[in-house]
Design a protein around this ligand. Structure first.
Ligand code: AMP
Ligand code: ZN
Length: 117
């Protein structure tokens, strides 16, 4: 198993460790995917690196291999959820952008027509 720095007070680290339940849909050596507890679309899956970094930018800077693995699992989830051809991929960075959990994560959203930008 890869060395994966974790943070004790982080909800997503606890979900990754299995200490808090989640509806897990896929996983790999470096990333985990589970359904958002408050879905904003028929398909709303969060894809998170096992490595704790607060934002997607921090992950990119700290560990490109984990960034690559995150996108690989996003593609796998989009395919298995049936939204490979039509989905929205969102990364919120900072509270002003709506980030509430400071463990980097991708929102994979699909199964509806998005009209708003
Ligand atoms: P963000 O606002 O970009 O930080 O996204 C955090 C997301 O985590 C939100 O969409 C929440 O609905 C979701 N969330 C919070 N707690 C849980 C949980 N226990 N299991 C699954 N998703 C969660
Ligand atoms: Zn974490």
């Amino acid at each position: 198993m890869t060395a994966t720095p974790q943070q004790d007070d982080c909800l997503f680290c606890k979900i990754i460790a299995g200490e808090i339940p989640s509806d897990r849909v896929a996983e790999s050596e470096r990333a985990v995917a589970f359904r958002d507890i408050n879905p904003a679309a028929p398909v709303h899956v969060l894809v998170v690196p096992r490595r704790h970094e607060p934002t997607i930018g921090a992950l990119a800077a700290a560990s490109p291999v984990d960034l690559e693995a995150l996108f690989a699992l996003v593609a796998e989830v989009a395919a298995t959820e049936g939204v490979a051809e039509h989905h929205r991929l969102v990364f919120n960075t900072g509270t002003d952008a709506g980030q509430t959990i400071f463990h980097a994560h991708a929102h994979v959203l699909g199964g509806k027509t998005f009209t708003e930008r």
